[in-house]
Each structure stands twice: as structure tokens, then as C-alpha cells.
Write a protein that binds this ligand. Structure first.
Ligand code: SDX
Length: 426
């Protein structure tokens, strides 16, 4: 509570509304009292709505700042590991070495999925989009873990969190192997998290697979850059599903479904398709012209953000990682040159500058994923894998504090009440 008050004057009455201050960011006006006066607030897309109180992630869109439990993303991406960021998001503090080892050991003891789960994949065509498979399989996890679905039991919540973080790489790699017609690979507990994922993706039972440490480090950094992002659409979906007391696996499956859209997590795949359609640097000017033509309906995918009106700090780290990985692998990817040309033009063009459209996390991620060998259809699966600890942290934060079922209202502009007309009188 800030002690401040907002006054809303309407229809000759004044409504006093409390104002709360957080530790960072704008104050918020508590509007729930307008209901007692017969009003709803109206904010389609929640442009100006704080849906909850949270201590997990802070974004300053104007300054391009992203903090996870107070730690800047640039420092976490270059100095931490994904498993350590998972621990931080879930527990609020960086772990001691003993706590980190215990967390890592707990994850390793849950990396396998139930042997029956593999048969869920067979219900899909081999060319099914991997996000469709991941939605189905993650939702199906709740059919296997009846021992940990009591959301009021902190231990159940904790074991569900560990199971999801541990099994997402296995499930994601199985999505890829199934689409390739190759046998599933079992996780290996002697490998670190991201190296284990790459081996399950690209190894096969016929020979040993040596994970390239450059790629493992890049993969780990990509997971860190996707780990959480405040109340984005998929995280808000997880919170909404969780507010009905649905089990955690169902809530995460709902988040995966919401992430799939090209306006959200599906943008990384859309960026690579866009670069493919543009084709070459000499076609960039014409593409930018089409983007600026409102009638054309073309968007510069990987650009723009609801919150960032400056550079997305993750995009900066992603671009550095892109350079490192391509140099380390000796890859000259013309699509990187194309992306950099697009960025260069857009950042000087008033259409983008006036709308504060900058590269977001998705603009460069696909180029790195492609260099690692991950097919475009799996890019959003990688995003979902990376975002899992964020989704779970928000779900846990909501469930372990007082909450109410999320149930927005509306501005109704439909028909007034009228009587039914039998078909023979219409
Ligand atoms: C993610 O919320 C999160 O935190 C998400 C995320 C996370 O980590 O969870 O950061 C991940 O989803 C990143 C965003 C990935 N999506 C894309 O890259 C798709 C392309 N971007 C746009 O669809 C758009 O920028 C959004 C959806 C990201 C944001 O849309 P907003 O905030 O609703 O803004 P808007 O659509 O109202 O755009 C404002 C103006 C409009 O022009 P005018 O009507 O004012 O003339 O900017 C234009 C838009 O047409 N615009 C674009 C554009 N993005 C916005 N024009 C061309 N290309 C674009 N990419």
C-alpha cells in the first residue's frame, strides 16, 4: 500500500481507489471497488492491467531491463547455468553449492518418462507439428502422476515442478525423434542438462555421441534467455488455468498451447520462414516496403514487443551468442547477414522508430537453433522447454498465496433480451 489514493469521479459520485507501490515499476490502482458502484474497468489485451502481485521477474520496457529475482538477464546468461536459473526462479535465491547439487540430483532422478508415455506419440502422424505433440504429451503427464496432484501439498507442488523441468527435454527430444522416424534416446545422468538434451536429440543407439561443448553452452544460454518473462500471454494462461485448481501438468499444457501462436512463442519459427521468403539482401528493401504498407498485412517477425519499447535485452545476448556459435562452428549463414541487414534498415526507418519496434528474443534465436541443427518446426518446442521453470514459478507463487479464480467480465454490446421465434415463423 502506498498510502496514496486515486479519485474517480463519475455520475456525480467520487470513488476513492487505493494505490499500491511495488519495489520497482509503476504504482497500481486497485479498481475492485468500482464494481460496488456498478462499473467494470475496460482494458482489452490487458495493456494497462496488473493481473497479480509477483516477486519473480521485473521488466522495464523503456530501459530494456529484465531481472529474474533481481538479477539482470545479461549476468545470468553469461555467468549462470540454466539449472541454477531454474532454482533461482523457483526458490527466489541463488543456491549454495550443496543446494545446487541436491537440486541437480533431484532433476536427474526424474529425467525418464513413464514407458507407457512413448505410445502417446504413436497416435500422431510423423509429420505432426511438434508443438501439437508436446501439448498432448505434457497434458497426458497428469494421467501418470496421481501421487503428486494435490496442489495444496507443498511437497506435491515441488515434486511436480522437478518432474516437469526434468522431463521437458526428454519429451522435446522424443518429439524430434518421432518426427524423424528414429528410436527414442534415454536420458543420460552423467551429462549436464543441456548436453543431455542435445544427446537425446542427435544421438542414436548405434554409436556413441560426443556433445560439442560449444553447442551445449549455447543451448544452455538459449534456455536461460527463455526461462521467464513476467505476465506474458502463456504465463498468464498458466496462472488462469491454475486459478481453477487444475493440476500443474494441465496448467503447463495450457501454457504450451498459448505459446504456440506466431505473435508469441511461435515467432522464432516465423522469423526463419520470413528470412527464407525474403531470400537475399537485395530483396530486403522491398520486404520492408511491404511491412510498412498497412494493406499488405506483412509483419517484421521477431520485431516489436508489448512491453519493450527499447531493445529486448535478451535479443542483444542472443545476437552475441549467434556470432560466437557461428564463428566457433565456422558457419557463414547468409540468413544471419540477412537478419542483420533487416535490423539495420528497420532501426533507421521512421515506421519502426516511431512505433518503438526493436528486435525481440525471437529475432536471432532461430539462426542459432538452426546452427545447432534443430529443425524450424522444433523452435517453439525449445521455447516451451526453456519457459517451463518460469511457468511453474508463477503457478507456485499464485497457488501458495491467497488467490481467487480468474474470471474477467465484459462490455456487452449484443442483442437486448428477445423472445424465441419458432422456425416456421422466421
Ligand atoms: C514474445 O509478452 C512477452 O513477454 C512475450 C515474450 C516472452 O518472452 O514471453 O517476450 C515472447 O512473444 C516476443 C514477441 C514475438 N512476436 C513477434 O515477434 C511477432 C511480431 N510482433 C508483433 O506481432 C507485435 O509486436 C507484438 C504482438 C509482439 C506486440 O503487439 P502489441 O503490443 O499489441 O502492439 P501492436 O500490435 O498494437 O503494434 C503497435 C503498432 C501497430 O501499428 P499502428 O496500428 O500503430 O500503425 O506497431 C505495429 C502495429 O502494426 N507493429 C508492427 C510489428 N509489431 C507491431 N509492424 C510490423 N511488424 C511488426 N513486427
Amino acid at each position: 500500500m502506498s498510502g496514496k489514493q486515486a479519485k474517480l469521479s463519475i455520475d456525480q459520485q467520487t470513488i476513492d481507489l487505493p494505490v499500491y507501490s511495488g519495489t520497482l515499476g509503476p504504482d497500481v490502482i486497485d479498481v475492485k471497488d468500482v464494481l460496488a458502484k456498478g462499473y467494470f474497468t475496460f482494458d482489452p489485451g490487458f495493456m494497462a492491467t496488473a493481473s497479480c502481485e509477483s516477486k519473480i521477474t521485473y521488466i522495464d520496457g523503456d530501459q530494456g531491463i529484465l531481472l529474474h529475482r533481481g538479477y539482470p538477464i545479461e549476468q545470468l546468461a553469461t555467468q549462470s547455468t540454466y539449472e541454477e536459473v531454474c532454482y533461482l526462479l523457483l526458490n527466489g535465491e541463488l543456491p549454495s553449492p550443496v543446494q545446487m547439487q541436491d537440486f541437480r540430483d533431484r532433476i536427474k532422478s526424474h529425467t525418464m518418462v513413464h514407458e507407457q508415455l512413448q505410445f502417446f506419440y504413436r497416435g500422431f502422424r510423423r509429420d505432426a507439428h511438434p508443438m501439437a505433440v508436446m501439448c498432448g504429451v505434457v497434458g497426458a503427464l497428469s494421467a501418470f502422476y496421481h501421487d503428486s496432484l494435490d496442489i495444496r501439498n507443498p511437497e506435491h507442488r515441488q515434486v511436480s515442478a522437478i518432474r516437469l523441468i526434468a522431463k521437458m527435454p526428454t519429451i522435446a527430444a522424443m518429439c524430434y525423434k518421432y518426427s524423424e522416424g528414429q528410436p527414442f534416446m534415454y536420458p543420460r545422468n552423467d551429462l549436464d542438462y543441456s548436453a543431455n538434451f542435445l544427446r537425446m536429440m542427435f544421438g542414436n543407439p548405434c554409436e556413441d555421441y560426443e556433445v560439442n561443448p560449444v553447442l551445449a553452452r549455447a543451448m544452455d544460454r538459449i534456455f536461460i534467455l527463455h526461462a521467464d518473462h513476467e505476465q506474458n500471454a502463456s504465463t498468464s494462461t498458466v496462472r488462469m488455468a491454475g486459478s481453477t485448481e487444475a493440476n500443474p501438468f494441465a496448467c503447463i499444457a495450457a501454457g504450451i498451447a498459448a505459446l504456440w501462436g506466431p505473435s508469441h512463442g511461435g515467432a522464432n519459427e516465423a522469423v526463419l520462414r520470413m528470412l527464407g521468403e525474403i531470400g537475399s539482401v537485395d530483396k530486403v528493401d522491398d520486404f520492408v516496403r511491404r511491412v510498412k504498407d498497412k494493406n499488405d498485412g506483412t509483419k517484421l517477425m521477431g520485431f516489436g514487443h508489448r512491453v519493450y519499447k527499447n531493445f529486448d535485452p535478451r535479443a542483444k545476448v542472443m545476437k552475441q551468442t549467434c556470432d560466437e556459435v557461428l564463428n566457433a562452428l565456422g558457419i557463414q549463414d547468409p540468413q544471419l547477414e540477412l537478419a542483420m541487414k533487416l535490423e539495420d534498415i528497420a532501426l533507421k526507418d521512421d515506421y519502426f522508430v516511431s512505433r518503438k519496434l526493436y528486435p525481440n528474443v525471437d529475432f536471432y534465436s532461430g539462426i542459432i537453433l538452426k546452427a545447432i541443427g534443430i529443425p524450424m518446426s522444433l523452435f517453439t518446442v525449445i521455447f516451451a522447454l526453456g519457459r517451463t521453470p518460469g511457468w511453474i514459478a508463477h503457478w507456485q507463487e499464485m497457488i501458495s498465496n491467497p488467490y481467487k479464480i480468474a474470471r474477467p467480465r465484459q462490455l456487452y454490446t449484443g442483442s437486448l433480451q428477445r423472445n424465441y421465434v419458432p422456425a416456421n415463423q422466421r
